[in-house]
Write a protein that binds this ligand. Structure first.
Ligand code: ZN
Length: 79
């Protein structure tokens, strides 16, 4: 492995921090539920719609803008 790649990996890992509420919820889900939610987040579905669906299914309120941040990789969840 080259030095540049080592450094880049180091910087990528630095991003890890407390997970956002989306990441926290994902951690508690069963594999197939996690896959489903990840697919919804990766899709074109609007954040508020995902937020409402998650609330109804799991009784967890995920703010739409948090979903948006997680979707764009701007949160501190390990990607
Ligand atoms: Zn996140």
């Amino acid at each position: 492995m080259g030095k540049l790649k080592d450094l880049a990996i180091q910087f990528a890992n630095r991003k890890k921090g407390p997970q956002c509420s989306v990441g926290q919820l994902l951690d508690t889900l069963k594999t197939e539920e996690r896959v489903e939610l990840n697919e919804a987040i990766a899709s074109q579905l609007p954040g508020p719609a995902i937020s409402e669906a998650v609330d109804q299914m799991y009784g967890v309120v995920l703010k739409a803008h948090i979903i948006g941040r997680h979707r764009r990789g701007e949160c501190k969840c390990p990607s």
